[in-house]
Design a protein around this ligand. Structure first.
Ligand SMILES: *[C@@H]1O[C@H](CO)[C@@H](O)[C@H](O)[C@H]1NC(C)=O
Ligand SMILES: *[C@@H]1O[C@H](CO)[C@@H](O)[C@H](O)[C@H]1NC(C)=O
Ligand SMILES: *[C@@H]1O[C@H](CO)[C@@H](O)[C@H](O)[C@H]1NC(C)=O
Length: 263
């Protein structure tokens, strides 16, 4: 579930290795996100469905859609690496849908089956990781860097936020919540102690956003997402209280609606 309507596709952003989470930390963070999105630690590479939210087919990891152009972008990249693949024939229709910002699925007969077949290919799953990283993981890491965040815990808090709140300029976006935290804290993070303090303020600012969404569309859907999202942020505050700053496993997530272990 996303609070904002559209994700902007950001270009690739250069980051040095040291700023990224380790692959294990990133996976645990994505599994955390997956628990609250879909109640499973399995990343949904093969998922494809018209969820009737006006965005055509929602597919794969973190919900690429045929309407917003990110599914097109992904399949174009995959096809560049592997021209003969089951999704390549859909490119002309996908580019039309992306250009028209259309949720029409009538020209996409066989697309769900093709997606599921492609998802068996590790190269396609890797490409999903790569494209979704450009949209959410790398931008999140950039934000962490700006605040002076060094720990996996802090990076994950920001990554989780961008997945749910999006990276647009609207009043409920990651950027808005980040700015409100920053304003309050001035200067950002200066030491390990202030990092924890900053993360806590950031998470509290996110909770405040659930209580007081700024955008009309989110005010409208307020009751629907409020309860789920609050559980999600409290689970993260629990990790912070446990001082699991490196996101070491196993991590046990237990809330009203979820009970899962991240290895
Ligand atoms: C597309 O979205 C509109 C509302 O924006 C909806 O009325 C229509 O049923 C949707 N069409 C499809 C094929 O999902
Ligand atoms: C959750 O499922 C949706 C489909 O509902 C999928 O597109 C998305 O990638 C999944 N989210 C995660 C975090 O795995
Ligand atoms: C956050 O602050 C920066 C710098 O002041 C500004 O450029 C940006 O538009 C703000 N973002 C949001 C979403 O308010």
């Amino acid at each position: 579930m996303k609070l904002s309507v559209i994700f902007l596709i950001t270009g690739s952003i250069l980051l040095v290795e040291a700023e990224l989470m380790t692959p294990k930390q990133r996976l645990r963070c994505e599994q955390f996100i997956s628990i609250f999105e879909n109640d499973t630690i399995e990343i949904q590479y093969a998922f494809v469905m018209d969820v009737h939210d006006g965005r055509g087919y929602t597919c794969g990891k973190f919900g690429f859609t045929t309407c917003t152009g990110d599914a097109y972008d992904l399949i174009k990249k995959y096809t560049a690496k592997k021209p003969a693949n089951p999704l390549a024939p859909f490119l002309p229709e996908l580019v039309r849908l992306a250009r028209e910002f259309s949720n029409d699925t009538s020209g996409l007969g066989g697309y769900p089956e093709a997606w599921k077949t492609a998802a068996k290919d590790q190269l396609f799953r890797d490409t999903q990781d790569e494209v979704s990283a450009g949209m959410s993981y790398y931008p999140a890491i950039k934000y962490a860097e700006r605040a002076g965040i060094k720990t996996a815990m802090g990076k994950c808090a920001i990554y989780d936020c961008i997945i749910e709140h999006g990276n647009n300029d609207d009043g409920d976006s990651l950027g808005a919540i980040f700015n409100r935290t920053w304003d309050k804290e001035k200067g950002g993070v200066k030491s390990a102690a202030t990092e924890q303090y900053w993360i806590r303020s950031f998470l509290n600012m996110r909770l405040d956003d659930f209580d007081n969404p700024r955008e009309p569309i989110n005010i409208e859907h307020h009751t629907f997402w409020h309860d789920m999202s609050v559980q999600r942020v409290y689970a993260m505050i629990t990790l912070l209280n446990e001082y699991n700053m490196d996101l070491d496993g196993p991590i046990h997530i237990k809330t009203k609606d979820h009970d899962k272990t991240i290895p």
